[in-house]
Design a protein around this ligand. Structure first.
Ligand code: C2E
Ligand code: MG
Ligand code: MG
Ligand code: MG
Length: 282
């Protein structure tokens, strides 16, 4: 009887599972088509330098405008693109587009590009970066690549070699979402990162009872002693900003300054914050 019940249960879940697999296949197919049709675009979020009180760069964030579903979040489609191997061509498209768009911005303004772990250790990354720089004329010093801790855990040996090749191109490399992954502190010593991005989960709970102030302070101190820039992500309130300033954080990024904007709006964002009469905040 148990056996037939189990079979019954299996039949019961079957259509639901079918629907999930079907939805997933559709997403995969749509992603492949979107890359060909160039249905992606980049939005840009300013990164604000606290020492000079000016915008020093923008982070490129991928957007997919799906014909039927509207905007699909990168948190949903990047993992799928990684699994089906589409992340390499998609990531190369992001690199080319970000470098081309940033090459038209004022010289002091950098662009930061997210690179997935799969793409980072692919054989073609360094070539893709070199080609994107050459094709756009963007100097390497104006490009930053953001990688997460998962890259280091997956393949520490290859990572060191790739980081050094990228440095040879003048490109800077940031550790994104710091503190959320599985890597150990010793990774920071062994890998030549230029910047640590403090994850927004730590910024969100600044000033809260049992808050994360001590973690943020420790990471800023770590960055200082390793000669790395610290950037806080997800800054939404004046209070968070004031705390980060007081703790000596170098750069901040978040909705308090601006949401990610389409490329056409980048000049207006720069004018707003870096113009002659910019509003100094906090
Ligand atoms: P991330 O690199 O850590 O990017 C920061 C995310 O936080 C972005 O979400 C951004 O829109 C959001 N954000 C910025 N300021 C605030 C704030 O003040 N409050 C809150 N609550 N959120 C804020 P988004 O654009 O949805 O991207 C999510 C993630 O998807 C990124 O996290 C990154 O890991 C990945 N991603 C985005 N674009 C690309 C890409 O071109 N390539 C790869 N490989 N990954 C990408
Ligand atoms: Mg990032
Ligand atoms: Mg991040
Ligand atoms: Mg994040």
């Amino acid at each position: 009887r148990a056996k037939s019940e189990a079979r019954g249960a299996f039949r019961f879940f079957e259509p639901e599972m079918d629907a999930r697999i079907q939805a997933r296949r559709l997403l995969e197919q749509d992603l492949r088509e979107a890359l060909v049709a160039e249905a992606f675009e980049l939005n840009y979020q300013p990164i604000y330098d606290l020492a000079s009180d000016r915008i020093c760069g923008f982070e490129a964030l991928l957007r997919w405008n799906h014909p039927a579903r509207g905007r699909v979040s990168p948190a949903e489609f990047i993992p799928v693109a990684e699994e089906i191997g589409l992340i390499v061509p998609l990531g190369e498209w992001v690199l080319r587009r970000a470098c081309a768009e940033a090459s038209r911005w004022p010289d002091g303004i950098k662009v930061a590009v997210n690179v997935s772990a799969v793409q980072f250790t692919s054989a073609s990354l360094v070539t893709a970066v070199r080609d994107a720089l050459r094709g756009s004329g963007l100097p390497g010093r104006r490009l930053e690549l953001e990688i997460t801790e998962s890259v280091l855990v997956a393949n520490p040996g290859a990572t060191t070699a790739i980081l050094h090749s990228l440095k040879g191109l003048g490109v800077r490399v940031s550790m994104d979402d710091f503190g959320t992954g599985y890597s150990s502190l010793s990774y920071l010593r062994s890998f030549p990162f230029d910047k640590i991005k403090i994850d927004q989960s730590f910024v969100r709970d600044l000033g809260a009872p049992n808050g994360t102030d001590f973690i943020v302070r420790a990471v800023i101190g770590l960055g200082d002693s390793l000669g790395m820039t610290t950037t806080a992500e997800g800054v939404e309130t004046e209070e968070q900003l004031a705390t980060l300033r007081a703790e000596g954080c170098d750069e901040v990024q978040g909705y308090l300054f601006s949401r990610p904007v389409p490329v056409e709006d980048v000049p207006a964002v720069i004018r707003r914050w870096n113009g002659a009469i910019h509003r100094a905040i906090a």
